[in-house]
Design a binder for this molecule. Sequence first.
Ligand code: SAM
Length: 161
Amino acid sequence: MSRLDLFIDRMVSQRACLDAAIDQTASMTGPVFELGLGNGRTFHHLRERITSRDIFVFERAIASHPDSTPDEHQLILGDVNETLVQSLARFGATASLIHADLGGHNRDKNDVFARKISPLVEPLLAQGGLMVASDRMYFETLKELPLPQGAVEGRCFIYQK
Ligand SMILES: C[S@@+](CC[C@H](N)C(=O)[O-])C[C@H]1O[C@@H](n2cnc3c(N)ncnc32)[C@H](O)[C@@H]1O
């Protein structure tokens, strides 16, 4: 498989998982958390499709496309190792959907990072809430769900509280 094939699989899977998770949580009112703004493509996708829930974006350095830059009140700036902990005091267990795309090119590093932030993400989800992640996460109480049609195994993961 070429790197192009892998990239396309990851993008197609990300969209399929996000769309399925948006549909599945549509009746929930709690906020949506986007972890890792990057270029802002997935934030833009969420913003296009979710109109009745607040979206908050966690990022340490804004470098997004101007069309995909969150408003200031939507931004939670800083290292997620700190901002996720602070957010538990602010939001409690209310998030209806959390999307994490925080990784870089090094799969081992991504795995170490996913292990570190899993216990910080887990308490933020409301009962029934979903987490979509580009990397396998390590939760104690969340259940891994089967991927929706169109998503490729191992390229995206969905978990439910
Ligand atoms: C792969 S990009 C996200 C791409 C985005 N989903 C998109 O569609 O454009 C990962 C982002 O996560 C951010 N990030 C990585 N580690 C972080 C950390 N510890 N705290 C906050 N942001 C972090 C990086 O700055 C980067 O912007």
